[in-house]
Design a protein around this ligand. Structure first.
Ligand SMILES: [Zn+2]
Length: 338
């Protein structure tokens, strides 16, 4: 094999892998102990270790104050300390707030990547959603499956495909959740590139920001679609990379007949459902504008919905019927998937 063809093969492999990683950035909602948890699905196939690449790209952030007096650290300390020595990063985020990243020394690379990304991720969320949220977060990188599960209050280990989740303590309607955290799985950093970690962080941070306006049981096409839309916004990701399954199907004339139902967001159909949800939000932002997308989120996420109530909200926010909305979305999808 000549060096040139070898390089070509590596390039092709990298390109295929990059495409695959966008497929990985697909999330699902699960109900764990009554709390809405956004989860990101990562397929199981063995992916090459990305630690070396991350090592070279991760900037050393140096020693940062241990934030020992931060109540959020006290909250997770009891859970994470049994799993080893703590590494803590304090990152300035929006509106003079500080965010906290907590993990263990063996996850230092992921911690540094996330520390580097958290400020921009917070800004990205505020840029679309507005400043009415904490604009800071507690991010924890688990180093063991048992630690990951405990941080999410799950009673058993989570499926290996789950790369990250966000969780909130119960809170009264009309108030902000007092405690929320984003938790990354032990092998998220091995399975995702820094770009994938960034997208995943923004997705979960969107759930954190919107939690106070989001009701458990609200349609996941809106919740997950919006988180995906914000996660990919301004990142120069291509349509076919964000929604490869939708693209492949649309090329054979197979367009979604309806908004994806809640049941489609779990198990095998979840990959397609999350991609469709992203396309719905991208369609709204494109045909109307982003303020209309945010308005739609606030109305749809505020309660559980059925087709009649969705129809009412679509008429009030976008002056269209549910049937027309779906028809317009399908028409919008076709040329983009070509
Ligand atoms: Zn999610």
């Amino acid at each position: 094999m000549s060096e040139r063809s070898s390089v070509g093969q590596v390039r092709a492999w990298l390109s295929a892998r990059r495409r695959f990683q966008f497929v990985l950035t697909v999330a699902m909602v699960m109900l764990l102990t009554g709390t809405c948890v956004g989860l990101l699905m990562v397929p199981n196939p063995v992916l090459p270790k990305l630690r070396a690449a991350q090592q070279s790209r991760a900037e050393s952030l140096g020693q940062v104050a241990a934030a020992d007096d931060d109540p959020r650290l006290a909250q997770v300390r009891r859970t994470v300390e049994p799993f080893g020595q703590l590494v803590t990063r304090v990152v300035p985020t929006g509106a003079g707030q500080e965010s906290l990243i907590v993990g263990h020394p063996d996850q230092r690379i992921e911690i540094d990547v996330l520390a580097r990304e958290l400020g921009a991720a917070t800004t990205a969320v505020t840029d679309l959603w507005g400043p009415d949220w904490a604009q800071s977060a507690l991010v924890v990188v688990a180093s063991a499956p048992a630690e990951f599960a405990t941080l999410l209050r799950a009673t058993t280990d989570l499926p290996a495909e789950v790369a990250a989740a966000s969780i909130a303590d119960p809170f009264a309607p009309g108030t902000r959740p007092a405690a929320q955290r984003v938790v990354f799985s032990p092998d998220a950093g091995r399975r995702l590139s820094p770009d994938g970690l960034r997208t995943l962080l923004r997705h979960e941070l969107t759930h954190v920001a919107t939690r106070a306006q989001t009701v458990d049981g609200a349609p996941p096409w809106m919740l997950e679609g919006f988180a995906e839309y914000l996660a990919h916004r301004g990142q120069d990701h291509r349509f076919g990379d964000i929604a490869p399954t939708v693209t492949t199907r649309a090329r054979t004339g197979e367009l979604p007949a309806d908004l994806p139902a809640a049941a489609a967001f779990t198990g095998k159909p979840a990959v397609l459902a999350y991609e469709q949800a992203w396309t719905i939000c991208a369609f709204v932002a494109d045909k109307y504008d982003e303020p209309h997308l945010v308005d739609l989120y606030r109305r749809i996420a505020a309660s559980t919905q059925d087709p009649a109530s969705e129809d009412r909200i679509l008429q009030e926010v976008l002056h269209t019927t549910r049937a027309e909305f779906i028809a317009d979305w399908r028409a919008w999808l076709s040329p983009r998937a070509a």
